[in-house]
Ligand binder design. Structure first.
Ligand code: LLP
Length: 416
């Protein structure tokens, strides 16, 4: 976060003014700080150093190849959830033996691709999936490592859409069924059932849900006399978007270390948001300012298709002008919205906001995770460009899509 700040009245990422980038590359524009990415990765690494964990960055949070490469270079493994993410991860040069693969719906093709690549292990989410991986491994004459993803039925106290550990959620396997799997593991002749996976949710600000889940897991390991090679704790560490007070990586590690010490297995972590969330921002340009009876609408060129989190979860993202021109505020509450034809298309709602006008730039903070990776072409809007800043240098790491890109995969079919 410290790498995004005002110097005098201009907003900077590291040593580069965002106005310069917005001018050169246009908006909507994602901008990432190299230093913050590496710092955040190392914060987790340091906090858990006692356990020498394999930190598998969660690719879904931001899958730009360059970001993956930066983290792989730092020693990260990768957590993938699809054939596409596996493909990108291999292209980023990660060793297959540092890839873990979760998802409730791995297809035959995806399982095959992962087995052929030689990933570290699958995080398995159901009995039919387990049987399927065993069957495909047998066909390929391979033996696969499998961690059973446990649904511990704890409340991670986060938004309901990113809660994954309650019994009504689709993820993981309940303790009773997991016990049955481990006691009948001989029937999976091509699997090493040698891990347990937990991923209880995302944007979790306290250690307690993790502790509750780990206690259940420790009881489970003892009761079922299981030997593990891997304990995968998933991701989920919360960050500051607004006035949250999330635990630091260090206090989180301290809180759960006594429990982890009771589990004799290699620790795997799968952070996404913690590394990327506050490593990126989204620059937008004001198109119009519209004064309505009860509100002022600041209409930008950046919309829900670029950053879906406010629309989907009513997530709060701080929004600030790129240049502090005036100390004046709009009198009415301000909605910062995009041009998309949906009432749910907003970046921020009912804000007290600095006076801005058409042509001014704004920046949406905390947009590095689940920003670009969840963006779409809705309303036939080309997806944004992405820039990485490193000190006083900057690099375009993804081109802005063009109108041609929008039709590149639509087929021209005769006779219809
Ligand atoms: N491991 C697994 C198996 C996951 O499903 C996820 C995220 C992670 C790790 C990384 O979680 P993190 O450290 O980033 O919390 N789109 C939502 C977040 C969805 C998270 C999905 N799974 C958002 O924008 O808040």
């Amino acid at each position: 976060m410290h790498e995004f700040k005002y110097k005098k009245n201009k907003f900077y990422c590291e040593d580069v003014a965002l106005e310069k980038l917005a001018g050169e590359f246009k908006t909507p524009l994602y901008v990432y700080s190299h230093k913050t990415i590496v710092d955040h990765f190392n914060k987790i690494k340091r906090a858990f150093s006692e356990f020498k964990p394999l930190i598998c960055y969660s690719v879904k949070s931001n899958a730009n190849l360059n970001i993956l490469r930066i983290l792989v270079k730092e020693g990260a493994g990768l957590d993938v959830v699809s054939g596409g993410e596996l493909y990108k991860s291999l292209k980023a040069g990660v060793k297959p033996s540092k890839i873990v693969y979760a998802s409730v719906g791995k297809t035959d093709e995806e399982i095959q691709e992962a087995l052929k690549a030689g990933i570290l292990f699958f995080n398995v989410e159901s009995v039919p999936e387990l049987e399927n991986i065993n069957r495909i491994a047998k066909k390929l004459k391979k033996k696969a490592n499998a961690a059973i993803r446990i649904n511990p039925d704890v409340d991670p106290e986060t938004h309901e859409y990113i809660t994954t550990s309650k019994k009504e959620n689709k993820f993981g396997i309940d303790l009773k069924a997991a016990g049955e799997i481990f006691s009948s593991m001989d029937k999976y002749e091509c699997l090493n059932l040698n891990g347990i996976h937990l991923h209880i949710g995302s944007q979790i600000t306290k250690a307690k849900p993790y502790k509750d889940a780990l206690k259940k897991i420790i009881g489970f390991i003892k009761a079922n006399k299981i030997n593990l090679d891997y304990i995968n704790l998933g991701g989920g560490l919360g960050i500051v978007y607004d006035n949250e007070k999330p635990q630091t990586a260090e206090s989180f590690a301290k809180a759960i270390a006594p429990l982890l010490r009771k589990i004799n297995a290699r620790l795997i972590l799968e952070p996404g948001r913690f590394i990327m969330g506050n490593s990126g921002v989204l620059a937008a340009k004001v198109i119009y300012v519209k004064d309505a009876p009860t509100k002022t609408f600041v209409i930008t060129d950046t919309a829900m298709n670029d950053l879906m989190r406010p629309s989907l979860y009513r997530a709060f993202h701080a929004i600030v002008p790129l240049r502090k021109k005036s100390r004046l505020y709009f009198k009415k509450p301000v909605d910062i919205v995009g041009p998309v034809c949906e009432t749910g298309d907003f970046l921020g709602k009912s804000r007290k906001f600095h006076k801005v006008e058409g042509g001014d730039f704004l920046v949406v903070l905390g947009a590095g995770a689940y920003g670009f990776s969840m963006s779409s072409n809705y309303n036939a809007r080309p997806r944004a460009a992405e820039v990485l800043v490193k000190g006083n240098k900057y690099y375009l790491i993804r081109k802005r899509e063009t109108y041609q890109d929008l039709i590149a995969t639509d087929l021209k079919v005769k006779g219809i």
